[in-house]
Ligand binder design. Structure first.
Ligand code: ZN
Length: 83
């Protein structure tokens, strides 16, 4: 079973959370919004899905400025479950 999420990330430049159009799916039921670091904890000892590994690069694009930015703090990256 797979679940779909959107990614919300805190942008240090704007000081707001951006809802990035970055749908990912993960085979884990996060019934509530999850911080990325919590999600990695859930996968401890198991294979992390490719969709989540992409997020480990911590590179995002700010939709306001169009500039790439890095959010190294995985507590500031949220997965919002959509399905
Ligand atoms: Zn921004």
């Amino acid at each position: 079973m797979s679940f779909s999420y959107r990614v919300h990330v805190f942008c240090d430049e704007c000081g707001v959370h951006h809802d990035l159009d970055f749908p990912i799916s993960a085979g884990i039921d996060a019934t509530l919004d999850r911080r990325l670091n919590d999600l990695y904890d859930l996968y401890e000892g198991r294979e992390v899905p490719a969709d989540l590994i992409v997020l480990q690069s911590n590179h995002f694009e700010c939709p306001t400025t169009g500039k790439p930015f890095t959010q190294k703090n995985t507590r500031q990256v949220f997965l919002i479950r959509t399905a």
